[in-house]
Design a binder for this molecule. Structure first.
Ligand code: HEC
Length: 152
């Protein structure tokens, strides 16, 4: 018991220093999202009509399939341009590859956060750093070529 006490104290400090029960990776992911994505797609993921597409359920549906998973990683690491249709709306913007600023493990945490927050209704297998690394090493000229076609 004497040896356990410091551990219990430490656990309490960690628990009380977090935002309402959030774990440390969750807090880190929230910050990364606000910094790297939220400036355009907005904190609530709703985007701006005709300018920045919303991040919603379709991302979760894509993440249930191999090609869709690769697409999401490629978009955030390579960026993308060209016209896309989302929920019947046309977007012809440019997204920079901001995800390259994160190491694979942190990007996995960020993407899992995005999926959990904006596509909670879809049961998705979480990304791992190893999967991110594997997908990053695949050469794709334009991330858009991997975009699943079921979104228009
Ligand atoms: C500078 C603004 C900007 C930032 C920062 C940004 N995006 Fe984007 N994002 C865009 C734009 C614009 C598009 C649409 C590009 C197009 O029209 O081809 C887009 C497209 C996407 C798509 C593809 C949507 C689809 O339907 O195919 C995903 C997914 C995405 N962004 C996620 C993210 C995530 C996650 C981050 C943070 C790591 C992020 N974006 C950061 C502007 C941004």
């Amino acid at each position: 018991m004497r040896r356990l006490l410091p551990l219990i104290l430490l656990a309490k400090i960690v628990a009380f220093s977090g935002i309402a029960g959030a774990t440390e990776p969750e807090i880190a992911a929230t910050g990364d999202y606000q910094k790297l994505c939220g400036v355009c797609h907005l904190p609530d993921g709703k985007g701006i009509p005709g300018v920045y597409p919303p991040l919603n359920e379709r991302l979760g549906l894509w993440a249930t399939e191999e090609e869709g998973r690769a697409y999401l990683v490629k978009v955030v690491t390579q960026g993308m341009g060209g016209t896309i249709i989302v929920d019947g709306q046309r977007f012809s913007g440019f997204m920079p590859g901001v995800g390259m600023r994160l190491d694979p493990a942190s990007l996995a945490v960020l993407l899992n956060y995005v999926l959990l927050k904006f596509a909670p209704e879809v049961d998705v297998q979480p990304y791992t750093g190893r999967e991110i690394e594997r997908i990053r090493s695949i050469e794709v000229k334009n991330a858009r070529d991997l975009r699943p076609q079921d979104s228009s």
